[in-house]
Each structure stands twice: as structure tokens, then as C-alpha cells.
Write a protein that binds this ligand. Sequence first.
Ligand code: NDP
Length: 290
Amino acid sequence: MREDTKKISVLGLGAMGTAIARAWRGAGYGVTVWNRTVGRAEALVGEGAEVAGTAGEAVAASGLVVVCLLDDASVGEVLADADLMGRDLVNVTTSTPGQARRRADWAGARGARYLDGGIMAVPPMIGVPDSGAYVFYSGSPELFADHRDALAVPAGTRYVGEDAGSAALHDAALLSAMTGMFAGVSHAFALMRGSEAAPREFAALLVEWLTAMAPSANGVATHLETGDYTLGVTSNLVMMVEGNGTLLRTAEEQGISPELLSPFMALMERRLAGGHGDEGTTGVIDLLLR
Ligand code: NDP
């Protein structure tokens, strides 16, 4: 262990950085904070946090340095003049996998161990037991092991490998799936607009249905692991592409644009045209690979 693990510096006091710093302060950690707009540190100072005059001073104050800034560019700007030698840098700023890997190299060249984080939570979930909040971490396994207890304070931890880009990749994959779900939900509400069903009643049906359908991801995993995309398929592409026609005609009848659905449906049709009618939708993944 490098330094006093009960001391943490947090750089970046937006909604998320403030929530994280507050969770550590509440758990009795000595917390030093820094933010570009100084006034945002006031509440935390009232809760016993130290405020550093510069980012460099914040970095110097603790062995464990956590940055939670807007984006990767702001991380580079804020830490440009800081002496990172011997520090443990944990960057929970949302980044791409490539940015995270470059940031890890950058930190390593400055003598710091590096862990990248992807936060799977919104600020009100931070520091709340059983809220379901967690953070994907990847990068230095030694850093993760040395600060495991501290890192588990604001949210659960999931270490996903030594490749610094892995946390960002997991984060982006889950958020991408969520984006697709939001698209489907938006289309569904658009269809139902003007119907007799109240939005709240329909929302309950949607939640129930999407929850029932979510485990289908396990079937996709089986296909990818075995290479057999027909295993256990009960709804095949022939049937689903036919069904798509009904969904599109319903959208037309209701006066709703199909633009959120049609890209995925076009891929299903291409896979079917390739002679894969006995598969489910797993083959679409192959069509996406560039
Ligand atoms: P905010 O917009 O609330 O805060 C942004 C922070 O970045 C502020 O501290 C801001 O400083 C600072 N900042 C921005 N640009 C610069 C710069 N050029 N130089 C110095 N400081 C800068 O964002 P959040 O706190 O919500 O988000 C922080 C990170 O957490 C992001 O990467 C976000 O993706 C991630 N995250 C956020 C979630 C959320 O729901 N909020 C959920 C999951 C991840 P200043 O106060 O001076 O403007």
C-alpha cells in the first residue's frame, strides 16, 4: 500500500463528483476537494472536507486521487501541471475505451498507477446502500486491490480487467443497449398516443414485458459462445421478419414514423436474405462488424 488509504482527493465537483466526495466524507475519509468553480466546494467544506487552492495541491494532498470531470479533455487540462509521481489516479470521468487507454499510458509515463471507471448510476444513487449503483473499473489490478475498500464506499465495484479501456467499453455497451430500449419505448408510446390506454397504465405493461424479454440476452450469449445461432430458437427470422411487416403497417395506420425501428428491421431482412431463416436475431451482430 502506498500511502494513507483513508485520505482521498476528489477533483471535479459537478453533480457526480460532489456525490462521490460526500459519500467518502460521510464514511469518515479525509477528503480534499478541488473544483474549477470554487464556490461548488462550499457545501463539502461545511461537511469537513479540505479545499485545495489548485489541482496540483489537491493531487499532492492524498495518495488516492479521483477525477470526475466533464470529459477526457478536461482531465488532461486539469492535471496538466500536477505532479502525479507515486499517486494512484482513479478516473471516473466518462471516456471512450481509446481515451481511457491513452490516459492510462499518459498517467503511467508520469509515474502514477491508473484505474479507469465507468459509473453505472446517477448521483442520487451514490452512497446509498442497496441503490444498485456500481462502477466498472479497469486498469491496474494492484491499485484496485489496495483501494478496494475505499472504492466500494460510493457505489459497488466491478473490476473488469487490466485493459484500461475495458470499463469504458462495458459502460458504453450497457448504455448503448439502454439507448435501443429507449428507442423502442419511445416508438411504443407514440403508437399508443391517442388510444384509450392511459400512459401510466401502458407504462406498467411495458415494464413487465421488457423485463420478461430481457433474459433473451442469455440466448444470444449461448449462440456467440457455441457459434450455432439456431440453438434454442423459438422465434425464427422468417416469422419475425413477417411480424415486422405487421409492426410497420400498424405504425402507418397510427400515423407514426417507423424511423426508430426500420434500421434494425433492415438488418434482420439482410440476414434472412443470406439464408438464415432458422436463426433468431443473433446474426445481426455479424452484420454490424466492420
Ligand atoms: P457536471 O456537468 O455536473 O460537472 C462537470 C464537472 O467538470 C464540473 O466540476 C466542472 O467544473 C468540470 N469541468 C468541465 N470542464 C472543465 C474544464 N475544462 N476544466 C476544469 N473543470 C471542468 O457533470 P457530472 O458531475 O454529472 O459528471 C461528471 C462525470 O461523471 C462525467 O464524465 C459524466 O459522464 C459522469 N457520469 C455522470 C452521471 C450523472 O448522472 N450525472 C452518470 C454517470 C457518469 P465547473 O464546476 O467549474 O464547471
